[in-house]
Write a protein that binds this ligand. Sequence first.
Ligand code: GLN
Length: 275
Amino acid sequence: MTYLFLQKKIEKELNDSGVDSPHFSSKILITHFLDIPQYVLFMNSEISEKSEKLENLYGALLKVKNGYPIDYVLGYKYFFNLKISIDNNTLIPRPETEGLVDLVIKENKNYSKNFADVGTGSGAIALKLADTYPGSKVYATDIYKKTLDKAIENSKILKIKNIFFLLGENYKPLKNYISKINIIVSNPPYIKTSLINNLEPKVRNYEPIYALDGGENGTDIIKELVLNLPEKTKLYLEIADYNIPSIIKCCKAKMFSWRFEKDIFNKLRYAVINE
Ligand code: GLN
């Protein structure tokens, strides 16, 4: 069998199973699992890889055809320029979250600030901030050890050294560092429990539900983060538009300023609090 034939065959199988972008997905699966450069796919030569690699490819193909997210099958996802290792204990980093970090970077050109990323998951936000602000300290927290271990692994692979990892819930692990932190950034679970069932099956069935479900109004964690925000600290949050009334209520209670910004899909997606 030739590489070209294999690519067409896999593309058709993915397409027949209703997988998104079958052409792109077929190419990425083949190049990843056979460990070959893209151009080989255009050659009409016979496949020379060991059968073990092909078996892994077919195993991965089957998972993807059954609805398992391709990013978990590959084990990584790019967040900006950073190749972030992920598994099913971490949310798959999303373009909306790149938008959150973009907003922070655009609005904070002063490179002497320190940051915290609360609920760091794979570490995506913290890693990009630490890479962008090499003179800053970035404190990254997560409540789950397995998840935090993944973020630590990523910082080692990417050789990003100005991150400090802390295990614990919300601001609790930041207690001893809070006076040093100028800006807190977080993509907390913010989806209403009643909407979890409406998420795509790929997300609902395979991504960690605790990273998505924000309780009855989606604001269980958001409220904690706003109501306990230290007086001199600015908070950037990724949110859903239906979280907004509850966020405003919390800001009023604490006399914090608030502002909302849109994402690349033109949806209100970010809250900037206490600037
Ligand atoms: N901070 C991580 C991300 O943005 C994880 C967020 C989460 O698990 N809710 O991808």
